[in-house]
Design a protein around this ligand. Structure first.
Ligand code: FES
Length: 120
């Protein structure tokens, strides 16, 4: 009887929404005041001034993959430029790079999706 009640409880209580990880990276791999670029995922993890942010490298202009350089980020398609926080420096893009939700899970950083804030 208890097993039956437990089985039914599973369907009566909504499951906690679990967002799928887009990227999972050991914290130790991220250099201080540096960045890690995952071109296949089109995500950059940027560590600067004690903050860590996850940036989408999908250009908000027409969707090309933005390149990360030591001084900032530039889109190879039409030349939009962004600083290391993803803020727009020059167009033709009219929006900054998207900041992705970033969570800390023990020894790992987990990128889970689009967000407004997003630093760890
Ligand atoms: S797609 Fe990036 S500037 Fe056009």
């Amino acid at each position: 009887m208890l097993a039956l009640a437990g089985g039914m409880w599973r369907f009566l209580v909504p499951r906690k929404a679990r967002r799928e990880a887009l990227l999972r990276v050991p914290k130790a791999e991220l250099p201080a005041n540096g960045a890690l670029v995952y071109r296949e995922s089109r995500i950059a993890l940027v560590h600067e001034g004690g903050d860590i942010i996850a940036l989408s490298l999908v250009c908000p202009h027409l969707g090309c993959t933005v390149s990360v350089t030591p001084t900032g980020m530039i889109c190879p398609c039409h030349g939009s430029r962004f600083n290391r926080k993803g803020e727009l420096l020059s167009g033709p893009a009219t929006e900054p790079l998207a900041i992705l939700a970033l969570e800390s899970d023990g020894e790992y950083l987990v990128v889970t999706g689009r967000s407004r804030a997003g630093s760890v």
